[in-house]
Ligand binder design. Structure first.
Ligand code: ATP
Ligand code: MG
Length: 554
């Protein structure tokens, strides 16, 4: 296909696949895989790869394998494997029973390695790690051939068998491909295929003490499973030559000859996106576990209340490109708001309450408040109680306001959402000058949006009645102060979690259940924490703030 021929709506990977299918490659089959290493929880970067691989499989009515790349027993664990499965399902994808492990193929990989040795394409090398690095040369300088490269096939086979039997300590020998120490591609300078690791593997137990390297295990796993398109991120561009070398050097008949394609990884600003760094934050107790809502892990985003739909839309919006770039957090937040706008009913909650006493009001009455704004085609409302005492947000009152402050201040009038207009008449203070409550009068003519005669009220604020419930609300700020810093642990924001214990929530929220989402008017979208909430005492996590608040803040 020519470079200029563009299939509308398709990224470059999908265009390649479309072309392959048209040409009848792999009998027109498309099989992809998502190959996480079970050494941590998945993050939003992985979601991009999941959406791409599983998305393509869906489009071609095919399947995407979930394959655990469990080749490093020192870092991997079954608990990560279970978490990864849960996350992929939560995003809305399924591997249709095609769940595999690189370790399923250890025996085959070993046999292929013996074949490579017999074909003089691999040798056992006793150089130390440091020597191997020295021998490799540099980008501008060819490497030196290892003195062990000339070892006989028999000697290599014998040593490799003994490596497997556990006769040598870690690091004593490695198996290397014999390719080209002068190759301009450093990855091709006799790369390592196997190393010795005396470690317990969470699946194979103590069955193995030699483990294949990613560059060897990955192409073989792909080929054995009949993968057609092996899609990975750009850092692996230089590994592609080795991927092809491995498959071309093994004479076994594979069901397919897969090919590797690289796309740009997702790099989201203001956060960390590497399992290694996430692990440091979790183990160092900088956060409360892998599902801490401040983390960009899928478990954290789920606990925070983000929807899988929003994450999938975000991945779609970011797109699949060939050049790396970083994406602003604002783009993710846009997707969250866009998704929640039509899903989350509107309610009122006051995060930092200030008591208001309406001196000319007696008794109480019920006002009808819609759950939805006019532009959302959904119906439903709940009663809210108007009473002599109500609560408003502390920041909605200023004793000495600037000229352009349109909320409450002494002598100023403001509209209460769904209710009356009130005017502040006096301020009640403690002996130390702290504001305890404010006194107001209300205008009975102004109920339900009726405008006061002869006056213009510019501000509308949210409020709750004295029958509201007390509740806990958790707000989240960026986890890191400076993401450019090398030592990211010194940059953890001490205010990344703000817990407000004295919030007042409108009465209807008494029935809120774990897992439900609401918009607190003017404050953002919130999620009822499914773990910490108790019946009648919901705990709310703020998913995202509102960009466009209907109340004039100034
Ligand atoms: P990390 O550094 O976070 O551990 P990784 O690449 O080592 O990332 P793997 O478990 O090996 O993690 O990744 C599984 C798949 O997810 C790989 O195909 C990888 O390319 C892809 N992936 C990982 N991070 C990203 C990202 N930020 N954007 C897109 N794809 C990613
Ligand atoms: Mg990895």
């Amino acid at each position: 296909m020519s470079e200029t021929e563009v299939i509308p709506g398709k990224d470059f990977i999908r265009r390649i696949i479309e072309e392959d299918v048209k040409e009848g490659k792999n009998q027109g089959r498309v099989v992809t895989r998502f190959p996480p290493e079970p050494n941590g929880f998945l993050h939003i970067g992985h979601a991009k790869s999941i959406c791409l691989n599983f998305g393509i499989a869906e489009e071609y009515k095919s399947v995407c394998h979930l394959r655990f790349d469990d080749t490093d027993p020192t870092k991997e664990d079954i608990k990560y494997e279970k978490a990864i499965e849960e996350d992929v399902h939560w995003l809305g994808f399924d591997w249709q029973g095609k769940l595999f492990h690189a370790s399923d193929y250890f025996e085959k990989m070993f046999e292929f390695a013996c074949d490579l040795i017999k074909g003089q394409k691999a040798y056992v090398c006793a150089l130390s790690e440091e020597e191997i690095r020295e021998y490799r040369g540099t980008v501008t300088q060819a490497g030196k051939i290892s003195p062990f490269a000339k070892q006989s096939v028999d000697e290599n086979l014998k040593l490799f068998q003994r490596m497997r039997k556990g006769e040598f300590p870690n690091g004593k020998y490695v198996l290397r491909a014999r390719i080209d120490m002068a190759s301009p591609n450093m990855k091709m300078r006799d790369p390592l295929l196997y190393r010795i690791r005396h470690a317990h593997h969470y699946r194979t137990g103590d069955g193995w003490c030699i483990y294949p390297m990613y560059d060897y295990a990955h192409p073989i796993s792909d080929a054995l499973e009949g993968i057609t398109h092996s899609i990975c991120t750009l850092e692996f561009e230089n590994n592609r030559e080795l991927y092809d070398w491995v498959l071309d050097s093994i004479s076994a008949p594979f069901p397919t000859r897969p090919h590797q394609y690289e796309f740009a990884r997702l790099d989201l600003q203001q956060t960390v996106m590497s399992k290694r760094k996430l692990l440091q934050l979790v183990e160092g107790k900088y956060v409360n576990g892998w599902d801490d809502p401040r983390l960009p892990t899928l478990a954290g985003l789920r606990r925070r209340g983000c929807t899988p739909d929003a994450i999938r839309k975000f991945c779609e919006l970011v797109g699949v490109a060939k050049a790396n770039s970083s994406v602003e957090m604002a783009q993710f937040e846009f997707c969250l708001r866009d998704d929640l706008n039509t899903k989350a009913p509107r309610v009122m909650a006051v995060l930092r309450p200030l008591k208001v006493i309406i001196d000319n009001y007696e008794g109480e009455e019920e006002l009808d408040a819609s759950y939805w704004p006019h532009d959302i085609p959904k119906t439903g409302s709940r009663p809210i109680t108007f009473s002599r005492e109500i609560y408003i947000e502390q920041e909605d009152f200023l004793e000495n306001p600037p000229k352009d402050f349109f909320r409450l201040a002494p002598g100023k009038e403001v509209r209460l959402r769904y209710g009356y207009c009130i005017t502040c008449t006096s301020v009640e203070k403690s002996p130390t000058g702290e504001i305890l409550a404010i006194h107001c009068t209300y205008d009975p003519q102004t109920r339900s949006g009726n405008n006061p005669v002869g006056r213009k009220v510019k501000g509308t604020i949210h409020w709750v009645s004295s029958n509201s419930l007390k509740g806990e609300v958790r707000l989240f700020n960026p986890l890191l102060l400076d993401t450019a810093s090398d030592d990211f642990l010194t940059q953890v924001n001490p205010h990344s979690l703000v817990v407000l214990n004295d919030c007042r929530l409108e009465k209807s929220l008494e029935k809120a259940k774990g897992g439900e989402r609401f918009q607190f008017e003017r404050q953002g979208y919130f999620f009822v924490d499914p773990i910490d909430s108790k019946p009648g005492a919901p705990v709310f996590n703020r998913i995202v703030t509102l960009k466009d608040s209907w109340a004039k803040k100034k």
